[in-house]
Unconditional design. Sequence first.
Length: 501
Amino acid sequence: MPTESDGSSRGNGAEQGRWREILGRRHRRVVAVLAGGVGLYATNVFLTTSLLPAAVEEIGGDRFYAWVTTVFLLASVLSSTLVSAVLPRLGARNAYFAALGLFALGTATGAAAPGMEILLAGRFVQGLGGGLLCGLGYALIRSVLPERLWALGTALVSGMWGVGTFLGPAAGGAFAQVGMWRGALVALLVVTLLLAVLVPQGVDGTRTGDVPPSVSPLTIALLTLSVLLVSLGNLVGSTLVLVALLVAATLGLALAFAWDRRRGGQVLPRSAFSRSSPLPWCYAALALLSVASQMEAFIPLFGQRLAGLAPLLAGFAGAAIALGWTLGEIPSAGVARAHTKSLVTSGAPLLVTAGYLTAGLLVAGTMESGATLVWVVALLVGGAGIGTAWPHLTTRVMGGVAAEHEGETAAAAINTVQLVSNAVGSAVVGVLVHLGGPAPQGQARAALCGIALTGLLGAWCAWRGTAAWRNRGGARPSPRPFSGTVQPVPCTTERADGAAP
């Protein structure tokens, strides 16, 4: 483990990166690739959702409607667990080419699909590529950027979800409106190819000689089964069955991570299983915030039923959470002082609780325009709580490993935790909606107030995970050799967060 300096110079902001640096000539190409991959994935998620009704009308297969999303999510989780194994074997450049190739193949298959069965096959292949893209976006931040830019890089990468939330429905709705749903997928394919052109300019092709063991098939099987179980929960109408599936999925996840720990930490780093490490607390906080973010999938429905919003306006109301996420993390990522970062990271999840509780209490059988506006603003505040904490939690994960060789695994696992938690969160919101009764008012109030509790738990986990930033004043380890998978430009990594306890 690196040794620590006394940290006497910490907190003056000198070590904190600036936006003009990360967007400057030296880093802009690699940042464009990392953020572009995640943006492609996020846009596709919301694009497909808006296209599905038109696609089903043309090719049929409405009984498979929900499986279009489920298959994509399963494949994404599957491939996201393989990022830390793929990177050292292929190198970053080839890993990106593989991810974009799979995504392009799946997109082209979907665009040409004559029936729903072929569309589902395309979505699975597309999900394999998408999971790799998102995982690479996080994993390579640690390798291709100096540590002072990690928070800003994370903010840009995760901020692409906000972009996708707006761009996806807008583009998908426009193509569907003119009866050209296949054209939307062709446009997505073109963007994929353009991103592939950028890869050689931004990402180095160097491979590392240290190849870790392959991820256990049992771990992958248990994770995939767990995600399948929670996804099936959204297809059933019984609250009891839904809860049973959620419990079974939780057990499956526990078994998966227990086996991963026994195998030496291939999906999550070994540090994630140490109670003295910040990683378990930070991963838990990220998981809780990811669960909270899934409330956005139900907001358009409540907006239409309670506020009488048109489908397009209701869709953008749902995007308020993602917009808040982006608006919260951009300024938060620039916070420099270690103690301040700890307070911001720990306090931000409380905004989730405050925003969601306010939105839940505002729910009424018939909501006037003024109440609806305040309702949307409250949702935006909840999203801002997620975004404000996110870049510092991810930075703490990347810098909190006990051994340098765990770094890429820790970073890549952020995406796996997020995807699995998204699936669990969707099921949890579904349970709360069922418990709210048959009336939309009760459903919305139960879901919003119930999910608001994740903010309280997230704040506690974030407080535990960032303890070193408070207790040690952000002590900075002495510089260590750059050891990432890729190194497009020479850089010196300096600690911008607290050292791992």
